[in-house]
Design a protein around this ligand. Sequence first.
Ligand SMILES: Cc1ncc(COP(=O)(O)O)c(C=O)c1O
Length: 393
Amino acid sequence: MSFPNHNDRHAWTTRLLNADNDLAEDLSVSPPLHQSVNYAVLSEEHLDEISGPLGSHYYTRRGNPTGARLAKVVADLEGAETGMVFASGMGAIATTLMAFLKSGDHVVGQKNHYIGITEMIDRILPDYGVEQSRVDQRSVDAFAAAIRPNTKLIVLESPSNPLMHVTDLKAVCDIARARGIVTLCDNTLATPINQRPIELGVDIVMHSVTKYIGGHHDLLAGCIVSSRPLVEKVWNLSMVTGAIAAPFNSWLALRGIRTLELRVRQQNRNALAIAERLEHHPAVLKVFYPGLPTHAQHRLAAEQMSGFGGLLTFDLKGGYGAGQSFIQKLRLARHASSLGGVSSTLVQPATLFGGRLPSKLVEEQGITPGLIRFAAGIENTEDLVADIEQALG
Ligand SMILES: Cc1ncc(COP(=O)(O)O)c(C=O)c1O
């Protein structure tokens, strides 16, 4: 017995609340937390049934009912057949890269990615014999030119963290598909509310669930969604490498995802209001937000996104010191590394990444000393803008 199936024509929040109805076997309105690692085997046939790829009722490293429900809701939102969950966004991306690349293969990435992904492609994979190229994501031709006979995977992120560059997802995926190359897109910053890469031709979508999907600064998780054969390929590695999401984190993320649309709409509104206010502020050199008509890639962003997201970056005229002073004076937003939660957070990427990364990468990423990455929460828009204005003096 389960709840009736949702109707695909429903709007996002209705889908978010009902996409996993067929898994609600006990009819509990709030999903149970399946903390058990082991599930009893009744017979040989039963073992086959529960332990296969993406099986969720045998041993939690191979899958877990609470994680499977979360994956189902994300897959539904992204328009994918199925999905699986990981211990973190990096767990998801690292496992997927390893599943699709072996020694002698070539991967194309972007110059701008979340820094952990840049490090994976630039520093870790070459140690395992994988060749890599990273290109300026703003140029479709640069992707085409980077492809080699041994290219197996193209890794995309749009908009990218932290400078909000945009990739023409459809154009790059058309090129990749014509050559039989798999595409993987990090959709963390956009969220499926604002952008659905699978509809644009992407093969695999990944999320740091830690960010907007979880949404409350209280869990670490990741996920991928795609067609069943591609997810099974990743599962085959993951059941050995074991970076699976803890059931409790999946449960928290399931609770968080129900309000994703409501939160993201407010975060879109807040980020746009801040970007508009800062664009002409005397203390600000430049604002990076694809929702601004003055953003060089605004037209492309407007074509492939239905909202521009809650993250924006701006460069302060006073450089590093001005950034530090701005952070200290803020009363609402917190100086903290993550993004996508209900309360606003911000970082100065020069401090976050600068000490840890080779200067070549910092420069290449366009990280200047006065840069601030601001992740708008769901606070009242006027309160947030007023706080930023008082902190800028
Ligand atoms: C765009 C993006 N992708 C991936 C990650 C990595 O996710 P996690 O911290 O959950 O491993 C992050 C983290 O900040 C991110 O911002």
